[in-house]
Design a binder for this molecule. Sequence first.
Ligand SMILES: [Fe+2]
Ligand SMILES: [Fe+2]
Length: 308
Amino acid sequence: MSILNTDYRKCLDASERVSWTLTSVVPANAKLSFSRPFMPAGMHLAQQLDSLTSAEKLKLNQIFGRAYAYLFYFVEAYIVAATMEHARAELYGDEITLRTLLRFTEEEVKHQQMFLRFGELFDRDFGTEVGLTDSPQEVAGYILSKSPMAVLLVTLHLEILTQAHYVDAMKDDAEIDPLFVSLFRHHWMEEAQHAKLDALELEKLREGASPEQIAQAEQEYAEIIAAFAGLLGRQAVLDVTSLEMALGKTFDPQVREQIQQAQSLSYRRAFLWYGLTNPVFLEYLTERFPDLRAQTNALAEQFGRGPQ
Ligand SMILES: [Fe+2]
Ligand SMILES: [Fe+2]
């Protein structure tokens, strides 16, 4: 079913129906289970490396989970800023639309708090520090320097893929930490409305746009994806050091390189390839941005597969 088959009132009703509080999802006594992996094995390509023991792979998986959740906190910084602008544009307009966009913004700040709470629980009990890419505000500034249509296309991509990760890989995985799965189940419940709102807001912008403005937005979408690929590559480098610290050992340079490549590929598959090949996203692009749809296979190959 097309993501376009919705309206603001339906999104508002759904948002109110599924709403949850931070303390209900991450209560004060919440605890992560460090005997379990956090990320589904299929999303963590370092599982296939012969150079790591299963205990080392488990540590790396947990580091991956820490950074994966943090990256959603990270991108939500720009999503909050962008959504506030969309809400502001409805200030004296339609109140249903205004309320829906205000809830969208509030939910994203709540998600940021949820991912920060997870980070605190993780850091408290993991034992050693995990390096994380910094400057969410700087990245937000770069993304928001692009046209609002390009920004919304990237947001739609991310909000579709977080749901797909949960439904495809996390929901029925009995191995991974249940609190971690619960975070992404609650995220999914609210992101379902966000993706529809992205499509509705895109509709407003696209209708009034010239072919040149649409072409520019499509180009800028690809630029933001390329910048994101760079950021993910930097996170992969940090993960190797975090793993060495966690294990209290140093790997040979070629093993370091293998781990880094596997991590980089895992991040790019999760955050780029998964969106660029998602049927819901592709169906939307076919309907509304066919020229960008014509580039997605090449972009998936370029940015999603990572180093071969
Ligand atoms: Fe979110
Ligand atoms: Fe969202």
